[in-house]
Design a binder for this molecule. Structure first.
Ligand code: 5RP
Length: 228
């Protein structure tokens, strides 16, 4: 007998993206995150687009994908609240605290998450961590503050690098830049998020502790597991 080959990371993302459909509330508008895992969710959501009113999206990329599949996209200002927000993460701990922003969409992700009563985080098993800090922390910054903020991270033991695209600073959907910070030990995610949020020029720090996940769905080789 041959052993079945293990699922690829993308297959695990597809599994968990599809599993998130069970959290979509029929007749409602759903909050939609950004990234390759969410892309699988969006593709699956198209199969039930007649059962929802539409989506509020967290990025230009997700908006384009939703619209291409015929799912109406509402502006965040058009809704007062959302029952559920579904998004991926770059890492997630056992309490639902996350690092996000690998796709540079962290600011709009935090905004849409803030509208939602429930944050369903969908990840493959490689994203589970005992404590945050393995993935370089994305921080969206006002360009003129970048070096000042980099020095503040250095004082905490971190190294901040400007995220580049084609050799130039990446420009986010909001017209700002991203610093990726390595070497941090984030032992108190809530306190850390509050602290960095107060630095002038920080638009959004990629720690999601004040808006942590309320449901964690993990794609594993054994299937989709609900971790909390
Ligand atoms: C985008 C994000 C994504 O959720 C995060 O980067 C995970 O992406 P992927 O599903 O492609 O692994 O925060 O800003």
């Amino acid at each position: 007998m041959t052993t079945p080959s293990p699922l690829t990371q993308d297959e695990l993302k597809a599994l968990v993206g599809k599993a998130a459909l069970q959290y979509v509330v029929p007749g409602a508008i759903v909050g939609v995150g950004t990234g390759s895992t969410v892309n699988h969710f969006i593709d699956a959501l198209a199969g039930m687009k007649d059962q929802i009113r539409g989506a509020v999206s967290s990025s230009v990329a997700s908006t384009e994908r939703l619209k291409a599949l015929g799912i109406p996209v509402f502006d965040a200002n058009e809704v007062e609240s959302l029952a559920v927000y579904i998004d991926g993460a770059d890492e997630i701990d056992g309490h639902g605290c996350m690092v996000k922003g690998g796709g540079a969409a962290l600011t709009r992700e935090k905004i849409v998450a803030a509208l939602a009563s429930r944050f369903v985080c969908i990840v493959d098993e490689s994203k589970l961590v005992p404590a945050l800090g393995r993935f370089p922390l994305p921080v969206e910054v006002i360009p003129m503050a970048a070096q000042h903020i980099a020095r503040r991270f250095a004082a905490l033991g971190g190294t901040a690098r400007m995220r580049l695209r084609d050799g130039q600073p990446l420009v986010t959907d909001n017209g700002q830049h991203i610093l990726d910070v390595t070497g941090l030990s984030i032992t108190d995610p809530l306190g850390f998020e509050s602290q960095v949020n107060q630095w002038p020029g920080v638009v959004t720090v990629g720690v999601f502790a004040h808006q942590k996940a309320s449901v964690g769905l993990v794609g594993t080789t054994q299937g989709v597991v609900k971790t909390f």
